[in-house]
Each structure stands twice: as structure tokens, then as C-alpha cells.
Design a protein around this ligand. Structure first.
Ligand code: MCN
Ligand code: CUM
Length: 796
């Protein structure tokens, strides 16, 4: 543990700066990003390229009576105007979503949320395209909107999805996990039962770069190239092939640099399809690029779960069971992305890090007149909601029992000898060692001193709060036997070629959006082969150049593609060994591997480097019997299980009793993501996620008025945190390797976003304990905290 000049302590035992493998290496992508030389979709300029703009619905729910495009078509710079009716003629008005629903590309019958796509214009420049939108005359007949998820299923609620056959209500799906009867029985005999209504509001990932695409259909060779902001180029390509009927080998999806994804760039948006149609019809490349308001009001939101949490325990704090009832708002179309078997994502891990006797969840998902989406914003497939629920309800229990929240957690942790641990909802946690992680967080925070300080301050009427959260995530979707998206198994390909001079190219199916894959995947291969990471080029984001795989979300890149990269490197090493045995004229059994070279056991002078071997593999000399030339390999990795990272977070807040403004004074985050490939990148991921957490806990919400107008369509209204709202993060780590991952690594990209909101809310509620407050809903803005302090319920 080191103490920084600002007094902050960081646990630090990483084996830093190893030249050829895992370690704290500067990002290979930084030179281009810090110079502003990234290449994003919007940087693309093709000869003759046209620009597309989308007309969006001003109403949340309305019948489309007519769309008159005459004036827009007469605009001198307009080349094409397309309506839903025109798409319907080509069978393209509707597209499948990643959750087996359908979504309108352009509205035909009705509009179902404010901001829905109604028509598009293709013009010679972006400004003319936008101007021409104003010339389109749409006649709507307004319908009553369904905005409040709690009344969406009332019998008199207007039916939103009357496009679906036989649909007579707004029911989207039901889902259940755990054993209801067993859980009820445990609840019936518990000493203490605590219930709380807990809302995780609708939020938005709001990546710096909005969504967009450039479509270029070449009529001569029948090939479509689509540059787009996608986190999953291969999956998108297959879906375009299935929807548009274009042959898959004639589609190339390229995802260049991405300015943040956070799950916002997983779905296929109508805009991408419009760009493709625009190019098919004009024969020219067509660019569509959203503006900020379009991104906030129409693309994949996150959360929107109304949860009732219940926890049963003994008087002395042994947690027995957790039960939850969830109302999930899916917006107008079920546009979420989750493995087919898991319509609620991985919410099933709501039992958290605790050893329970029983658990049960019942969920009802509904349609409302809001934008579609659901799985986004570093959600680890809804683990955010699950962790928030369990970590809030455990704190409510601590409040009722008047027990220290750390002590309560420690008492109930799954113990190290119980791993692999099967939860009451059927998940098998691969590994974990929770108590040391919690202890380290306590120690870094100086927990006991903080409690003493708080007690003193309470006497003086000062509002200081200490919040704790402990999370376990399930990341790395997933074993193909039970995970697929629209029938596509969640395995990842990887290809590695070592060139004659010993430089290498590794081709991935995952797609970085800022996570630093160009660096860390080079490090994974470097660790296995001893080739310096600088000599390993990472290729990704182009379906023509990379093997098939399902892309980057759910922090699956390290658990799945990271494993693939390590194993493909080992395959190359195995072949290199055969070649080395020929070069050194010994049998394979006599060779020892020492990072970067094979040497003859017992003869330190007889060795060949991987670079020597690469040259021989491509050279003129003889190779051992049966060994082909070249030094390359390919793999498709199907994970055996998910990986289960965990972490312990402690947050300290101060609340101004006069203004009710919350200040996050300190935040200690101890993460355990198993083997750490690049500690600096991990810290960056954690810092980002903690900042997200401050945003969600204190500032962010996509709000609607009762007519369904989105009130959060700009960054003036949808507040996101800056450096001014966050403290100096204090991080530490423990290492519990995944037993089934070839290098023991677990995902970490979403951990902090998942784990931090409950720590912050727990801290705020803890500060408000003198007011008798046990719970308050996010975002804890000054006005909401003030209301809570006045004993008034916080608005839903
Ligand atoms: N890493 C490591 N050692 C580990 C685990 C991870 O060094 N044990 C490194 C990886 O090599 C990788 C990074 O940390 O460079 C994140 O890895 P991983 O946890 O596998 O997550 P993914 O690469 O799959 O990234 C996805 C995840 C998700 S789902 C969201 S949402 C999110 C996040 O990443 N979006 C981000 N972090 C983001 N960071 C940035 N800058 N931008 C986004 O859009
Ligand atoms: Cu759920 S946001 Mo991320 O998985 O791309």
C-alpha cells in the first residue's frame, strides 16, 4: 500500500512495466487519440456522398393519417424522400430487434414514442437534408399515451402494440426465477422481514459520439459496405443479411474508432437501415449522423425498473432469503439486447454475494410510449439493477437491525470454500474470495475512523454519510449451449499470424469503444509468445478482416475474446515448438519455453527465439516431418462459464443541511477481476465507471411529462458528471483468478458502474439517518434530498 501526496492510499503490488506481456503499458491508441487523429464514422468523406436526415415524431402516441412529401421533394438539393409507406412496399418498414420483437424502421400505422422515425430525406448536404424535413407535412391523430409503467396494464390503457397480432394489452413478457414456494416458506419463518420499493430510473449512456452510419452500395459488384457505430459488427452483418435479404458475403460492416459505446451502440437503429436504403435507391454513398437530441430521445436507454425488494433474516443478521417483484419498462418496442434465454438479462444474479436459503423474482415487462432499449450503460446485462436492488435492500436490513452494514455483509458472504457456488437462481459463481476484498476497502477507507468522525458530526447536526456496497457480476456471455442472440451463439473467433520477421497480427471479433483493446489484446498475445506488444498489431472492427464473433458488451471481451487470444497464441507456440525442435535437432520433449524462446533443457546456449522460428517457418530450409510452412493459427472459443468479478466500494458523502446538496467527499473502490492484464487500463475503466455512478446516483434521469414529451433531450437537461462533481478516486484490488479462463482474467469494464450507485445512495441515506430515512430514489438531486429531509416522499 502506498500513500499518495494527497493522503490517499492505494494498494499497489502489480508487477508493473514488464516489457513483454501483462503490465502497466501506455495505450497504443493514445498517440492518435490525444492528437485528435481518431477516425470516426463522421470523419468519412466519400466521393459523391449524400446526407440523410430523419423526420421524427413530435408526439408520443398518434395515428399517422398522411405524410405529404411533395414540397420536400421539390427542394433543389433533395435527391430522395422516403416514408414508411414506401418502405412497406419493399417489405422493409419493420425490422427485427435483438430481443425477438419487431421495431418500425419508419412509422406506417402509428407513432409510438416521441422521437420515433417517420420519414427520411437524402440531400446533397446535411443542412439541406435537415431543412427539407420541415417541408414534410405529416397529419397525426393524437392518441392517449401510456407513460406511467404502473398503469400500463390497466384495462383502460390504450394498446400501444396493435401491430402485433392479437395484442390487446401492453404486456411485453413475464419472467420468473428461483423458487416461489420455498422462498415464501423461508419468509414465513423469518424473525425479520424488510420490504422497500426501489426505483432504478431510466438513464441514458450518452456517449460522446452519437450514432451514425455511412452506407455505400456498389451496384456493379453488388457489395454493400456499411461503416457504422456498432459494438457488434459481425452480429449486425448477419442481421442485415437476414432483414434486407442481401447475401452475407456481399456485406461488409466496418466499425472504425468509436467515441464511447456503453451499450448504446449494440442495437440496430432505424437510421442504419435508412442509410442502407438511401444508398440502394440513390446509388451513392449516404451518411446519417445523429445529433445529441436524437441520441438522447430515440436510442437505447438503460434501466427503468420499478422493484419491490424484500429480505428475510434472523434477528442476529443472518440473511435467509430475498424476494423481488419487478415492473420493467421496455418502451414502445422491446429493443433490448440479451441472450434469448434471458429476457431480463442477467438480473437473476440479484442474490448478490450472499449465501441464501432461498430466492425468488417475478418480473412483468410492459410496453410504454417511450423510446426502446433497455440493456445499456455498462449494465452487464441488467446486473446494475440486480446489484442495486440487493445492495439497497441489505442496507435497509442493516438499518432495521441497527447493525453495521459492513458487519452484516461480512456475516453473510459466500465463503471461499463454497466456490464454485450455485445460487438459488441457478448461476454458478466460478470463484470468489469476498472477505479480504471487503477488509481491504475498509482499511483503505479508514472505516472505523470515518464512523467515529460521523458520530462526532452528528452531535453537531452535520450530515455525513458512509455508504458501502459489495457486488458480484456475471460477465462473459456466454457458453453457447445456453446463450445466443437471435440464434447466434456467443462464442468468439480469433486469428493470429506471425510474419517472417517475427511481427504479428491478431484479428479479433470484438470491437473496442475506448477500452484499449489495441493495447491489451497485444499484451495477452505478448505474454504468451514473448513478442513485444509493440510488434503485435490488433485488427478489429471490420467484418472483411476478422473472424466471426458476437462483439463487445456485457464486459465479455476479456472473458471470451481474451481467452481466444491467449489460446490462439498457445496454438502458435505449439507449432513453434515443433519447428524449434527441428532447428535445434532435439526432440520436442527436450525443449523448455522461456518467454520468447525455446531452449534445450540443460543447455543454456542452445536456444531459438520466436522470431528465429518465424523466419524458419516461412523460410527455405527444411521443416520437421508433417509440419506445414507459416506460423499462424485460428480458433473459435466457447466459454465454459461466465466469469464472476467482485468488488467492495465505500463512499463518503457530506450533505449541506441548508441546500441539501450532496458532495461525494471520498470513494474507495477495491475491484477483483482476477488476473490483471493492464492495471492502468483497469484503473481507467474503474474511474470511468465510478464517475457514471455519481451521475446516476445524483444527477441523471430521462424524464417524461404526462403527454410523453421527453424532458431530457439535451445535455442541459440530462446532466452528466464532470471532474467537478467527482472526488479523487481511491482504488485498490485483490486477485482471485477465474479457474476456467486460460489466463484467469475476469471482465471489469462495467464493474464500477454496476457497483457504485448503491454505495453512493447508501451513503446519502446513511447521512439522512437522523431524519429516520431508510430509502430515497435516484437521482438524489438537491431538491429530492430536500424533500426527503422534510419527510415528504421522493417522487417516483
Ligand atoms: N482488462 C484487463 N484485465 C482484466 C480485465 C480487463 O486489463 N482482468 C482490460 C481489457 O483488456 C480491456 C478493458 O480492461 O482493455 C475492458 O475489458 P472487459 O472488462 O473485457 O470489457 P470489454 O472490453 O468487453 O468492454 C465492454 C465494457 C462495456 S460492456 C461497457 S458498456 C463499457 C466499458 O466496457 N463501455 C465503455 N468500458 C468503456 N470504456 C470506454 N472508454 N468506452 C466505453 O464505451
Ligand atoms: Cu450493458 S452496456 Mo455494455 O454491455 O455495452
Amino acid at each position: 500500500t502506498t500513500v499518495a501526496s494527497n493522503g490517499h492510499r492505494t494498494a499497489f503490488v502489480d508487477n508493473d512495466r514488464k516489457p513483454t506481456g501483462h503490465g502497466r503499458m501506455l495505450r497504443k491508441e493514445d498517440p492518435r487519440f490525444v492528437r485528435g487523429k481518431g477516425r470516426y464514422v463522421d470523419d468519412l468523406q466519400l466521393p459523391g456522398m449524400l446526407h440523410l436526415a430523419i423526420l421524427r415524431s413530435p408526439l408520443a402516441h398518434a395515428r399517422v393519417l398522411s405524410v405529404d412529401t411533395t414540397l420536400a421533394e421539390a427542394h433543389p438539393k433533395v435527391r430522395l424522400v422516403v416514408t414508411g409507406a414506401m418502405l412497406a412496399e419493399k417489405g422493409l418498414a419493420w425490422m427485427p430487434t435483438l430481443s425477438n420483437d419487431v421495431q418500425a424502421v419508419l412509422a406506417t400505422d402509428k407513432v409510438r414514442f416521441q422521437g420515433q422515425e417517420v420519414a427520411f430525406v437524402v440531400a446533397e448536404d446535411r443542412y439541406s437534408a435537415r431543412d427539407a424535413l420541415e417541408l414534410i407535412d405529416v397529419e397525426y391523430e393524437a392518441l392517449d399515451p401510456v407513460i406511467d409503467v404502473r398503469t400500463a396494464l390497466s384495462p383502460d390503457a390504450p394498446v400501444i402494440r396493435d401491430d402485433l397480432e392479437g395484442k390487446s394489452d401492453n404486456h411485453c413478457f413475464d419472467w420468473e426465477t428461483g423458487d416461489a414456494a420455498e422462498t415464501d416458506a423461508v419468509f414465513a419463518r423469518a424473525d425479520v422481514v424488510v420490504s422497500e420499493d426501489i426505483v432504478y430510473p431510466r438513464v441514458h449512456p450518452a456517449p460522446m459520439e452519437t450514432c451514425g452510419a455511412v452506407a455505400d452500395y456498389d451496384a456493379v459488384d453488388g457489395k454493400l459496405t456499411l461503416w457504422s457505430t456498432t459494438q457488434a459488427p459481425h452480429a449486425h452483418r448477419t442481421l442485415y443479411a437476414l432483414v434486407a435479404g442481401l447475401p452475407e458475403h456481399k456485406i461488409r460492416v466496418v466499425s472504425p474508432d468509436i467515441g464511447g459505446g456503453f451499450g448504446n451502440k449494440v442495437p440496430i437503429y432505424p437510421g442504419y437501415v435508412c442509410a442502407i436504403v438511401g444508398s440502394l435507391l440513390t446509388g451513392k454513398p449516404v451518411k446519417w449522423m445523429e445529433d445529441r437530441a436524437e441520441n438522447l430521445i430515440s436510442t437505447g436507454f438503460a434501466r427503468d425498473y420499478v422493484m419491490r425488494g424484500e429480505i428475510a433474516a434472523t434477528r442476529d443478521g443472518k440473511i435467509l432469503a430475498i424476494r423481488t417483484n419487478v415492473l420493467a419498462d421496455h418502451g414502445a418496442f422491446n429493443g433490448t439486447a440479451a441472450p434469448v434465454k434471458y429476457p431480463a438479462g442477467f438480473f437473476g444474479v440479484f442474490t448478490g454475494s450472499y449465501d441464501l436459503e432461498a430466492a425468488h423474482c417475478k418480473m412483468t415487462a410492459v410496453y410504454t410510449n417511450k423510446a426502446p432499449g433497455g440493456v445499456a450503460y455498462a449494465c452487464s446485462f441488467r446486473i446494475t439493477e440486480a446489484v442495486y436492488l440487493v445492495e439497497r435492500i441489505v442496507n435497509c436490513l442493516a438499518f432495521e437491525l441497527d447493525m453495521d452494514p459492513v458487519e452484516l455483509r461480512m456475516k453473510n458472504f459466500i465463503r471461499p470454500e463454497q466456490f464454485p457456488y450455485r445460487t438459488k437462481t441457478g448461476w454458478v459463481y466460478d470463484s470468489g474470495n469476498y472477505a479480504p476484498t471487503m477488509e481491504l476497502a475498509k482499511q483503505l477507507a479508514g472505516y472505523d475512523e470515518l464512523r467515529a468522525e460521523q458520530a462526532e458530526k452528528r452531535v453537531r447536526g452535520e450530515l455525513m454519510g458512509i455508504g458501502v456496497s459489495f457486488f458480484t457480476e456475471a460477465v462473459g456471455a456466454g457458453p453457447r449451449k445456453d446463450m445466443d442472440i437471435l440464434g447466434l451463439g456467443m462464442a468468439d473467433g480469433c486469428e493470429l499470424r506471425v510474419h517472417p520477421t517475427g511481427k504479428a497480427v491478431v484479428r479479433l471479433s470484438v470491437q473496442t469503444q475506448g477500452q484499449g483493446h489495441e493495447t491489451t489484446f497485444a499484451q495477452i498475445v505478448a505474454e504468451e509468445l514473448g513478442i513485444p506488444p509493440q510488434d503485435i498489431e490488433v485488427v478489429h472492427g471490420d467484418t472483411d478482416q476478422t473472424p466471426f464473433g458476437l462483439g463487445t458488451y456485457g464486459s465479455r471481451s476479456t472473458p471470451v475474446s481474451g481467452a481466444a487470444a491467449a489460446l490462439v497464441a498457445r496454438k502458435v507456440r505449439d507449432k513453434a515448438k515443433l519447428i524449434a525442435s527441428g532447428m535445434l535437432e532435439v526432440s520436442v520433449a527436450d525443449l523448455e519455453w522461456e518467454k520468447g524462446s525455446f531452449r534445450v533443457a540443460g543447455d543454456p546456449n542452445a536456444s531459438v527465439t520466436i522470431q528465429d522460428i518465424a523466419m524458419r517457418a516461412h523460410g527455405a530450409g527444411d521443416l520437421p516431418e508433417g509440419v506445414e510452412g507459416g506460423l499462424e493459427a485460428q480458433i473459435c472459443y466457447n466459454p465454459e462459464n461466465l466469469t464472476y468479478p467482485h468488488g467492495a466500494y465505500i463512499c463518503v458523502v457530506d450533505i449541506d443541511p441548508g441546500t441539501a446538496k450532496v458532495t461525494v467527499r471520498r470513494f474507495v473502490a477495491v475491484d477483483d477481476c482476477g488476473t490483471r492484464i493492464n492495471p492502468m487500463i483497469i484503473e481507467g475503466q474503474v474511474h470511468g465507471g465510478l464517475t457514471d455512478g455519481v451521475g446516476m446516483a445524483l444527477m441523471e434521469m430521462i424524464a417524461f411529462d404526462e403527454d410523453g414529451n421527453c424532458l431530457s433531450g439535451s445535455l442541459m437537461d440530462y446532466l452528466i458528471p464532470t471532474a467537478l462533481e467527482v472526488p479523487d478516486w481511491e482504488t485498490g484490488f485483490t486477485v482471485t483468478p477465474s479457474p476456467h479462463h486460460p489466463i484467469g482474467a475476469k471482465g471489469v469494464g462495467e464493474s464500477a458502474t454496476v457497483g457504485s450507485p448503491p454505495a453512493i445512495v447508501n451513503a446519502v441515506v446513511d447521512a439522512l439517518a437522523p431524519f429516520g430515512i431508510r430509502h430515497a430514489d435516484m437521482p438524489l438531486t438537491p431538491s429530492r434530498v430536500w424533500e426527503a429531509m422534510q419527510g415528504r416522499p421522493v417522487p417516483p
